[in-house]
Design a protein around this ligand. Structure first.
Ligand SMILES: CC(=O)N[C@H]1[C@@H](OP(=O)(O)OP(=O)(O)OC[C@H]2O[C@@H](n3ccc(=O)[nH]c3=O)[C@H](O)[C@@H]2O)O[C@H](CO)[C@@H](O)[C@@H]1O
Ligand SMILES: C=C(OP(=O)(O)O)C(=O)O
Length: 436
């Protein structure tokens, strides 16, 4: 298992290239199950979650070919992203097994496409995870409304489509915790091949939903209203492979914005979309971080006098839960008391204990964390518990006195492409060590 050793204190300065979005690429890969012929996806990040989805698609009869970029000159950073050719070659197997689903919750995204295209799906029920309880009831209810029937059997959701084709309808898709991102994508994908019109009311508005709708439209789907809470889908008989570039990863971009801020640094973030980070920009503005943009590049600079703030996570366009832990690490070094409330995953706080081990002063009260600013972090041995908690620990390590050791960095590898190489290139002292 790999660890990171980080010696903090260096100001980050330079350019960072932001990768394609993990959370867009994963459901988009699953959506390829719907199409006939070849789909070409560009800017797919090289991540272990993407490998897991490619493996799952392989088991479902989908051939995925990754174009390998040419090797860089010695010492230069290896190329990012990649282009994938994807083609469904065999539709006989419709089962997503537990040993893949357990490594990656986004596996649930094959449910809607399998039902719509093959009339049958067996998908292992994803359990909870380190960020809390994560039911899939809204996915199942939405697909039921389109006419699918479900039973559970041996830990699997077994779905069938009596009559062979789903039927469109008007439905409310929100839940007690608000809209569901992957649930919206799952039902939208299924509705694309259903008979008649589907209207999804209470749909998620996240950029990843819009990106998937944009691909489906290129494949021949008739979708309107994506990016708003009401999506209209007129079902078509057939979708055909298309070419599509994945949007930039707004969570990776936000993490690097905070890396600049926490190290008193200056970063130029290439290939990003600040419109996807408007709430993050708003909160960082109030903290005192200077952010400007020019076309697809974001410039971030900080003088490290950080003002304490309040922040509540919300569905898009609100502040994303996937940047909550990273913001908390930053606010640990502000001049006073900050308050963070987590409204999407109220238990997503496993980073609190580890940040406190590094010298943070954070107290948790239910879904709220109260953060008393301290002068600096101290290096310590800490444990990564989940993807974004790990990113928060990296940020704390970059700003700590002494050496921080982060164990179980396989969590980071799920979602940050070549993170230590990108950080090293802008001046961080970070090293990956492997222990067998
Ligand atoms: C791979 C991917 O894209 N993951 C993202 C996606 O996860 P994911 O799509 O799984 O998250 P959801 O938007 O579905 O979750 C939002 C809330 O709804 C609840 N809920 C969800 C589904 C359901 O059937 N029933 C239910 O009650 C969840 O427990 C949570 O409280 O959006 C989350 C919220 O922005 C992000 O943190 C994840 O990084
Ligand atoms: C929580 C995340 O991913 P997943 O939904 O795949 O667990 C994330 O990307 O922060």
């Amino acid at each position: 298992m790999d660890s990171f050793l980080i010696r903090g204190g260096n100001r980050l300065k330079g350019k960072v290239e932001i990768s394609g979005s993990k959370n867009s690429a994963l459901p988009i890969l699953a959506a390829c199950l719907l199409a006939e012929g070849k789909t070409v996806l560009k800017s797919v990040p090289r991540l272990s979650d993407i490998d897991s989805m490619v493996k799952l698609l392989g088991e479902l009869g989908v051939h995925v070919y990754r174009h390998e970029p040419t090797e860089p000159p010695q010492g230069a950073m290896p190329p990012l992203n990649g282009n994938l050719d994807i083609e469904v070659r065999d539709e006989r197997i419709s089962e997503a097994r537990y040993d893949i689903v357990k490594t990656m919750r986004a596996s649930i995204c094959v449910l809607g496409p399998l039902l719509a295209k093959r009339g049958r799906a067996v998908v292992s029920i994803p359990g909870g995870c380190a960020i809390g309880d994560r039911p899939v009831d809204l996915h199942v209810r939405g697909l039921q409304k389109l006419g699918a029937e479900f039973r559970t059997e041996g830990g699997n959701i077994v779905g069938t489509v009596p009559g062979g084709r789903l039927r469109g309808c008007r439905m409310y898709l929100g839940g007690a915790m608000g809209p569901t991102v992957l649930g919206t994508i799952n039902v939208m994908c299924a509705a694309a091949l259903a008979e008649g019109e589907t209207v999804l009311v209470g749909a998620a508005c996240e950029p990843e939903v819009v990106d998937c709708a944009d691909l489906l439209i290129k494949m021949g789907a008739k979708i309107k209203g994506h990016g708003t809470p009401e999506i209209r889908i007129e079902g078509v008989e057939k979708l055909t492979g298309a070419e599509h570039r994945i949007i930039p990863d707004r969570i990776e971009c936000g993490t690097f914005m905070m890396a600049a801020a926490i190290t008193n640094g200056e970063l130029e973030l290439k290939h990003c979309n600040l419109d996807h980070l408007i709430a993050v920009q708003d909160r960082l503005d109030e903290v005192g971080v200077k952010i400007t943009r020019e076309n697809g590049t974001i410039f971030v600079a900080s003088s490290r006098r950080l003002t304490p703030i309040e922040m509540t996570t919300q569905p898009f366009p609100g502040f994303p839960t996937d940047l909550q832990a990273q913001l908390m690490a930053l606010l640990c070094l502000s001049d006073g008391m900050s308050v963070i409330t987590e409204r999407i995953f109220p238990d997503r706080f496993l980073h609190v204990g580890e940040l406190n081990r590094m010298g943070g002063r954070i107290r948790k009260e239910g879904p709220t964390a109260i953060i008393q600013g301290v002068k600096e972090f101290q290096g310590a041995a800490v444990m990564c518990s989940d993807l974004r908690a790990s990113a928060a620990l990296v940020l704390a390590g970059l700003a700590s006195r002494g050496e921080a050791r982060l164990d179980r960095v396989y969590h980071i590898d799920r979602g940050y492409e070549k993170i230590e190489q990108k950080l090293k290139a802008v001046g961080a002292d970070i090293e990956r060590v492997s222990e067998r």
